[in-house]
Design a protein around this ligand. Structure first.
Ligand SMILES: [Zn+2]
Ligand SMILES: [Zn+2]
Length: 481
C-alpha cells in the first residue's frame, strides 16, 4: 500500500506538471533551454556585439520595391543592457550607389536610456529624440532572443496563442511593459524570428521582423550570430556578428548629459507652407525641406508632389485651394515613387485628386492606396476613396487656353528609373525634384537632367527644384560642366 501510494502520488505530480505546461509555455521553455536555460539567461547582465553587414534602400531605390542599392555596414557596435531597457547602437555605412549626400562613409550613434532616446551627431553633439522614437527603440530592443525571452520569463509577462507556421512554432509574447511580439521557434528550440506590427506612413500596417541564424556559444549561452531585419517581405538589413561578449560594461549606454537635460521634441514641426509665385500660373509651395508646385489651368489646378507627410500635403492642398478658390484642384502629379516624396499621396487621394505619374509607378501607387492603415488610421483610412490614376511612358502633354505643361520621363536618370520632370514652355521653366538641387553637396543626377533638356530641345530659363529655391539654368549647367 505504501509503495503504491507513493508511486501514485509521484505519478499524479508528474501528470500535474505535464498538464500545467501549456503549449505556449512548452514552446517558451524549449527556446529558453536551447539558449542555455532560464538561470543562465536571467543571470546575464549585458550583451555587447560587433559586426558588419548590409543595409538596403527601402522605398528609395531605383524602382518601387527594388533592393539593388545597398549600404555596406563596415562597423556595427551594439551594447544591450539586460537589467533595464537601455541600448546603444553605433554604425558606419558607405553607400554603394550614387547617393545624394555623396559616397563617403556615414556614421550614426543612436541610444535609448530608459525614457531618453538620444542621437550622437558626427560633431559630437548629443540630441534628444521624441517620445515616438523612444517607443520605436523600445520595440527594437526586444528584437533579440535574449531580451525577449528574459522579458517573457519576468513577472507580468504573458505568453499566448500557440500555433504552427511551416516548421516553426509561434507564440505571442506580451512583455511586462505591455509590448506585443510574435516569437517563432525552430523545431530545435532555437528562436527563429521576432515580429511586431507597426505603422508606416506610406505602407500603413506592416510587420517588422528580425530573423536569427547561426547560433553560437557566447559564454554560457547560445546566441545568434546572424540577424536579418525586414519590413513585411522587404529585407532592410542583414548583419553578421564577428564578436559577442556577455556581462560587459554598460556605461557607454548612458544618455549624454546634454540629451538627458534637453526637453524631448513633441514630434515633427507643424507644416509651414510658403507660397511663392514663380510665373503666371505657376507657384512654388515652399517652406521646410520638401516642396510642391501648383499649376493653374483654365478650369482646374494641378499639384506637383505630395511629399513628407499627410500633414504637410493637407496643408499644401489647403493653401492651393485658398490661392484659387474658384478652380477645383483635381490632379496630383507624382514625380517619383520615393517614400519621402509620396508620404502625402494617400491624403491627396482622400482629397479627391487623380494621381498622374510614370507608368512604372502605377502598381506601387495602387498598392499604397489599397493597403490597410488600421494601427494609425490616416485620411484615406478615415475617408476611403478609390484611386484614380493616369500614367504615361515617355511624355504627356497637358494643354488648354491658360497653361501648357509637358511631363517628361527622365529616362536613364540614376536617381530613379521612374522619375519625371514638368516642362512649362510659356514660362520657360522646369519643375523637378531630387535630380538637381542647388543646395546639394554633390550632383550625381544632374547631367541626365541637362541632357534631357538639350536632347528634347526645351527652351528653359529657370529650374524650379522642389528642394531649394528657383535658379537660372546656368546654375544647373555650372554643376554639370
Ligand atoms: Zn528621390
Ligand atoms: Zn528629395
Amino acid at each position: 500500500m505504501r509503495w503504491t501510494g507513493w508511486i501514485g502520488v509521484a505519478a499524479l505530480t508528474a501528470l500535474g506538471a505535464c498538464a500545467q505546461a501549456t503549449p505556449e509555455q512548452q514552446t517558451l521553455n524549449e527556446a529558453v533551454a536551447a539558449m542555455g536555460g532560464a538561470d543562465r539567461l536571467q543571470a546575464a547582465t549585458a550583451l555587447t556585439v560587433e559586426g558588419e553587414g548590409v543595409q538596403y534602400n527601402h522605398g528609395q531605390d531605383m524602382t518601387p520595391g527594388a533592393s539593388g542599392q545597398t549600404f555596406t555596414v563596415s562597423t556595427l557596435q551594439r551594447t544591450l543592457d539586460l537589467g533595464a531597457v537601455r541600448v546603444r547602437t553605433g554604425l558606419t555605412r558607405t553607400p554603394d550607389f550614387p547617393y545624394f549626400q555623396g559616397q563617403q562613409p556615414q556614421t550614426s550613434v543612436q541610444g535609448l536610456d530608459g525614457d531618453i532616446a538620444y542621437n550622437l551627431l558626427p560633431n559630437g553633439d548629443a540630441t534628444r529624440a521624441s517620445a515616438a522614437v523612444v517607443h520605436e527603440r523600445r520595440l527594437d530592443y526586444y528584437h533579440h532572443p535574449l531580451t525577449l525571452l528574459r522579458a517573457a520569463l519576468a513577472p507580468g509577462a504573458t505568453v499566448a496563442n500557440a500555433r504552427t507556421e511551416g516548421d516553426a512554432r509561434l507564440v505571442d509574447v506580451t512583455t511586462p511593459d505591455g509590448h506585443l511580439f510574435t516569437l517563432a521557434v525552430h523545431a530545435s528550440g532555437d528562436p527563429a524570428s521576432i515580429t511586431h506590427r507597426g505603422a508606416h506612413p506610406n505602407l500603413g500596417d506592416v510587420l517588422i521582423s528580425t530573423t536569427f541564424a547561426d547560433y553560437t556559444a557566447v559564454g554560457a549561452l547560445r546566441l545568434p550570430s546572424r540577424v536579418t531585419t525586414r519590413i513585411d517581405d522587404f529585407t532592410t538589413g542583414a548583419f553578421t556578428f564577428t564578436s559577442q561578449a556577455l556581462d560587459g560594461d554598460t556605461a557607454v549606454v548612458a544618455a549624454p548629459a546634454a540629451a538627458a537635460a534637453a526637453t524631448p521634441p513633441a514630434g515633427p514641426p507643424p507644416p509651414n507652407v510658403v507660397v511663392e509665385q514663380v510665373a503666371p500660373g505657376l507657384w512654388l509651395m515652399a517652406g521646410q525641406s520638401h516642396h510642391s508646385a501648383l499649376v493653374e489651368f483654365a478650369d482646374h489646378l494641378a499639384l506637383i508632389d505630395a511629399p513628407q507627410s499627410e500633414a504637410r500635403t493637407l496643408a499644401v492642398i489647403e493653401a492651393a485651394r485658398a490661392l484659387r478658390p474658384e478652380k477645383p484642384l483635381t490632379r496630383l502629379i507624382a514625380t517619383h515613387h520615393h517614400f519621402d516624396h509620396t508620404a502625402g499621396i494617400r491624403a491627396a487621394i482622400a482629397e479627391g485628386l487623380t494621381v498622374v505619374t510614370h507608368a512604372g509607378n502605377r502598381a506601387f501607387f495602387e498598392e499604397m492606396a489599397a493597403r490597410p492603415h488600421t494601427l494609425v488610421p490616416d485620411a484615406l483610412a478615415r475617408t476611403p476613396k478609390p484611386l484614380a490614376i493616369e500614367t504615361f511612358d515617355d511624355a504627356l502633354v497637358v494643354e488648354d487656353a491658360a497653361m501648357s505643361m509637358t511631363l517628361y520621363h527622365l529616362s536613364g536618370n540614376p536617381h530613379s528609373d521612374t522619375i519625371l520632370m514638368a516642362y512649362f514652355p510659356r514660362q520657360r521653366a522646369i519643375v523637378e525634384v531630387d535630380v538637381y538641387g542647388p543646395n546639394a553637396a554633390v550632383h550625381p543626377y544632374a547631367a541626365n537632367l541637362l541632357e534631357h533638356i538639350r536632347t528634347r530641345n526645351l527652351r528653359v530659363d529657370r529650374i524650379v527644384p522642389l528642394h531649394g529655391g528657383v535658379v537660372p539654368l546656368a546654375a544647373l549647367e555650372k554643376v554639370v560642366e
